[in-house]
Design a protein around this ligand. Structure first.
Ligand SMILES: C[S@@+](CC[C@H](N)C(=O)[O-])C[C@H]1O[C@@H](n2cnc3c(N)ncnc32)[C@H](O)[C@@H]1O
Length: 233
């Protein structure tokens, strides 16, 4: 608040971002079996969907810019990493191309890498270029931690749900973990195996990264046992 604790004449600070959602033409169609499968593997967990598809997000806070630290830079931006990651997961499927025409420190391409999407970023200010290369060094561990946390949050949700309401009807086939709806049965959060920056034949004012993903689910068995030992139906 502008005037501390003292009343009268205070002004409020702007602490929220607007998100404009626009769509070109009619609803996107997923026609082939492969497209349908990829869409199912890109799905969100039910409890994520209930928060992410709300018109107000109260659980995302602004983050410190932290530009002197390469790892925290991944988390920092004019908008938080979580915001970019959610939107990418809500409005695209794996393998799509995400475009950020105002890239800044690269939050959007980092979130796209975490989410198994291709991405293109454009930034007019060349001084940001030094902030982009560290993404390749840190994105594998950073993303895998993020994906791991998503799974843990789901296990936590399931554990509470089982205790409150009893068995769930469906199982996710990759993680052998209960889920609420049939649409969550194929969710697969592909871990990153390797990320590298290419330098051959790349102009000085461009940067090219390649990320390799695992096709197998991460091994969560030890944690699942801990979560569900006494709760599995
Ligand atoms: C709010 S910042 C984006 C921050 C970004 N989300 C991040 O992760 O750091 C907007 C960026 O757009 C860039 N920009 C402004 N006009 C531009 C233009 N015409 N073309 C490309 N980038 C531009 C600015 O230099 C600035 O870095």
């Amino acid at each position: 608040m502008g005037s501390g604790m003292l009343p009268a004449g205070a002004y409020v600070t702007l602490e929220h971002e607007y998100i404009l959602i626009v769509r070109k033409n009619s609803r996107r169609e997923f026609k082939t079996a492969d497209e349908k499968q990829n869409r199912c593997e890109s799905a969100l967990f039910w409890e994520e969907r209930n928060i992410w598809y709300s018109d107000v997000w109260m659980d995302i806070k602004g983050t410190d810019q932290g530009l002197s630290d390469e790892v925290s830079r991944l988390r920092s931006a004019a908008f938080p990493y979580e915001l970019a990651c959610r939107l990418i997961n809500m409005y695209s499927v794996k393998g799509d191309v995400v475009l950020d025409p105002f890239l800044g420190t690269g939050t959007t391409i980092a979130a796209a890498m975490t989410s198994g999407r291709n991405s293109i970023g454009v930034e007019i200010d060349e001084s940001f270029q030094h902030a982009i290369s560290p993404i390749a060094r840190h994105i594998v561990n950073f993303s895998n931690d993020y994906l791991h946390d998503r799974l843990i949050r789901h296990f936590e949700f399931v554990k509470n749900r089982l205790q409150k309401s009893g068995p769930l009807k469906y199982m996710n086939k990759h993680y052998e973990c209960p889920v609420v709806t049939s649409q969550e049965q194929s969710i697969l959060l592909n871990e990153l195996e390797e990320a590298q920056e290419h330098s051959n034949h790349v102009p000085a004012n461009e940067q090219v990264f390649e990320v390799r993903y695992s096709e197998s689910p991460q091994d969560m068995a030890y944690i699942q046992n801990w979560y569900f030992e006494k709760n599995m139906p």
